[in-house]
Write a protein that binds this ligand. Structure first.
Ligand code: NAP
Length: 466
């Protein structure tokens, strides 16, 4: 249904928006260019003051924004509040560090030489619905602090979140047009990328969307950053603290109702502890509370759209056809939400564990975007690493061990943009975030994130004493 907010817990349509006309898009691009001319001349101190104000607005209005996200895409309300707080944190982080990251770097040569980092202009951000605020703020905070301006094409199912974010930057005092939300469908992205006023683009989403955007950007010779899917391994060696690993395994898979790119998706467990691990995991899955995400004690809300639910149902079916065994879940009709008149039409899926799936099955390498864990058994470290890497993706990896030699092998040999030892994979404003292989390229966050969309200008001045 075009651009619309539909409550995924109830199926109720909350608001429908008309996509922008060509004329409105042209006006927004013009405004963006004018804003850039003013914004790029502001000092780091001025930008930081505005960014700190944006952070404060997020904190002051966190209950309102969190409810908006939960209503539009179904994440549990507690997680939504935490997401608004984390968005404020990334604003503060770049407000405090951008000047240091982007200071001139002098390099000794035969002249007076240095590198100066300069903004490039309007950056288009094509964003997903799963973290409607966090994904946008982690792009916008470094981009605006670097002196760029932002154009947001958010996912079509979170238009109210998209509009609220633009309002935050306006209220924070950024130049009019420095950050604009364009309510448009994916079919308008190519035209934007081709426009000479758009200088670069970043996309977080699926592989087909990333490939499409990158091909248009390539034709126009524009830089892109792509943050795409993942099928992250969660490796548990026999030496690991089993209870800690199991507890984290639940959080790592279930975060955001299972719809996170860096959720643990493939649990790779050493044979010696596989029975114990699986049994404890099943017990914990059985205790998870599925229901209305606006209730504070709900742990698993609905999937964001009916299409995502259908995809997951189909994927679990493929797991069974390939020989996988369902240890718990897999049956929507058994959910308590089915007995609730208000929630019956919601996109709920039960916490599900699939075991004994042959590793060579195509579905074993796929990304399952929902509360479904695949558990695999391996004899040793060698087999664990081989299976972890046997996927087209390379986003993150979590590995559990208390043996130093195992830890070092895992850090070195896992093919991924990040490895977390004895913890789940998570994003942090201070640490670079991104993937390799089909998970994309480029980095967000940390110092590295701010360098993606700047002109790294080399300056050489003949020394007066040479
Ligand atoms: P999606 O369909 O690719 O949507 C993401 C965004 O791309 C939306 O704004 C969408 O707009 C737009 N889009 C879709 N097709 C496009 C095209 N051909 N050209 C340009 N833009 C296009 O992704 P999704 O399935 O909703 O999101 C889930 C995926 O995102 C998963 O694979 C997940 O792992 C990945 N993800 C990755 C990260 C990361 O940091 N690596 C983080 C979160 C999610 P419309 O909504 O209008 O279609």
């Amino acid at each position: 249904m075009g651009i619309a907010s539909i409550n995924p817990a109830t199926g109720e349509t909350l608001k429908v928006f008309e996509p922008l006309t060509d004329e409105a898009i042209a006006t927004a691009l013009e405004r963006s260019q004018q804003a850039f001319e003013r914004h790029r001349r502001t000092s780091f101190a001025q930008r930081a003051e505005r960014m700190q104000r944006a952070a404060q607005i997020l904190i002051d209005r966190k209950a309102e924004f969190a409810k908006l996200m939960t209503l539009e895409m179904g994440k549990p309300i507690g997680a939504a509040i935490a997401e608004v707080e984390k968005s404020a944190l990334v604003c503060r982080y770049y407000a405090e560090h951008a000047a240091e990251f982007l200071a001139d770097v002098s390099i000794p040569t035969d002249g007076d030489s240095f590198v100066r980092y300069q903004p490039i202009g309007a950056v288009l951000a094509v964003m997903p619905w799963n973290f409607p605020f966090w994904q946008v703020f982690r792009f916008a905070a470094p981009a605006l602090m670097a002196g760029n301006v932002g154009l947001l094409k958010h996912a079509s199912n979170v238009p109210q979140s998209a509009l609220a974010i633009a309002e935050v930057f306006d209220q924070a005092g950024f130049e009019t047009g420095a950050f604009q939300t364009l309510l448009i469908g994916a079919d308008r992205v190519a035209q934007l990328v081709a426009d000479e006023r758009v200088k670069a683009a970043t996309l977080t989403g699926s592989e087909p969307a990333g490939a499409s955007l990158a091909s248009h950007a390539g034709a126009a010779i524009k830089k892109t950053v792509l943050e795409l899917g993942g099928s992250d391994p969660f490796i548990v060696m026999a030496s690991a603290d089993l209870d800690a690993a199991v507890a984290m395994a639940v959080t790592a898979r279930m975060i955001n109702n299972g719809q996170s790119c860096i959720a643990a998706k493939r649990f790779i467990v050493q044979e010696a502890i596989a029975d114990a691990f699986t049994q404890k995991l099943v017990e914990r899955y059985a205790a998870l509370k599925v229901g209305d995400p606006l209730l504070p004690d709900t742990q698993i809300g609905p999937l964001a759209t009916p299409a995502i639910l259908q995809d997951l149902v189909h994927q679990v079916q493929r797991c069974i056809e390939a020989g996988g065994k369902i240890l718990i879940g897999g049956d929507i009709s058994a959910l308590p939400t089915q007995q609730d008149e208000r929630l019956r039409r919601g996109n709920f899926y039960p916490p599900t564990i699939v075991a004994d799936l042959p590793t060579e099955a195509a579905i074993a390498k796929d990304e399952l975007f929902g509360p479904v864990a695949m558990v695999f058994r391996v004899p040793d470290l060698e087999a664990a690493i081989a299976l972890a890497n046997d996927t087209p993706f390379g986003l993150g990896a979590s590995a559990w061990t208390t043996v130093d030699a195992e830890r070092d092998r895992l850090i070195n040999d896992i093919e991924a943009g990040s490895v977390f030892i004895n913890s789940m994979v998570k994003s942090d404003p201070r640490l670079p975030f991104g993937g390799i292989k089909r998970s994309g390229y480029g980095r967000e966050l940390g110092a590295q994130g701010i360098y993606e969309f700047v002109n790294i200008k080399t300056v050489w001045v003949k020394s007066s004493d040479v």
